[in-house]
Write a protein of this length. Structure first.
Length: 212
């Protein structure tokens, strides 16, 4: 087992500040899960939702109809959904995705060897910083918070639909390396943190985030 920092320093502090539970829940997807889409031959323009060509053809698409945000993930990964009641509270919430069965995994204290887990936090950054926060403001908070030993990378990039984002790789207080992503979809702050062996898939999931 390797020690699990649920979504990286930024998201962990953000969710702690608004009192949300980051532990893994059910291991199946909610009703808003859409069947895999066939990639379309379309040019992706900035500020528009990406076509399914932005992720592999056999991935599943999940749409949060309340936040108006969608993301895709591999068929063999599990998703811990969030209830409508929680999503409507306006205090921020987190989807947990994993390459293993979350119902039988160890939960907060670790992940199975060779596995990968990530959390997608929606709205917590708005609670922390207000709706007009900047990505740079959130990144500065993440990289200067207590418990950060070293900042390995801080890179600005764009999602498949042109949405600006920041990628941060950190060494935490226990010497573990983890990766966080900070972005805004419309006025909603989204932060993603991943840990495990398959960080390339984590980044593909991040790239699939879009306004739905």
């Amino acid at each position: 087992m390797q020690r699990l920092f649920t979504i990286g320093m930024l998201v962990l502090l953000a969710m702690a500040s608004v009192g949300c539970n980051l532990s893994a829940g059910a291991a199946t997807t909610a009703d808003t899960l859409i069947e895999p889409l066939t990639p379309a031959a379309a040019t992706i323009e900035p500020t528009t939702a990406p076509s399914s060509a932005a992720w592999p053809a056999d991935w599943q698409l999940y749409v949060d109809d309340i936040a108006g945000i969608g993301f895709a993930f591999p068929q063999d990964w599990t998703l811990s959904p969030v209830s409508d009641e929680t999503r409507r509270q306006g205090t921020g919430y987190t989807y947990t995705l994993a390459s293993f069965d979350q119902a039988t995994a160890p939960g907060r204290d670790g992940i199975p060897a060779g596995s990968t887990k990530l959390d997608i936090s929606i709205g917590a950054l708005n609670v922390m910083f207000g709706d007009d926060f900047t990505l740079e403001q959130a990144a500065n908070y993440a990289t200067t918070s207590d418990g950060v030993q070293d900042v390995l990378e801080q890179t600005a990039f764009a999602l498949a639909d042109g949405t600006p984002a920041i990628k941060i790789r950190l060494i935490g207080q226990f010497g573990d390396e983890f990766t966080s992503y900070i972005l805004k979809i419309g006025d909603t702050g989204v932060s993603v943190g991943g840990l495990g062996e398959d960080m390339a898939t984590v980044e593909q999931i991040v790239m699939s985030l879009h306004a739905a």
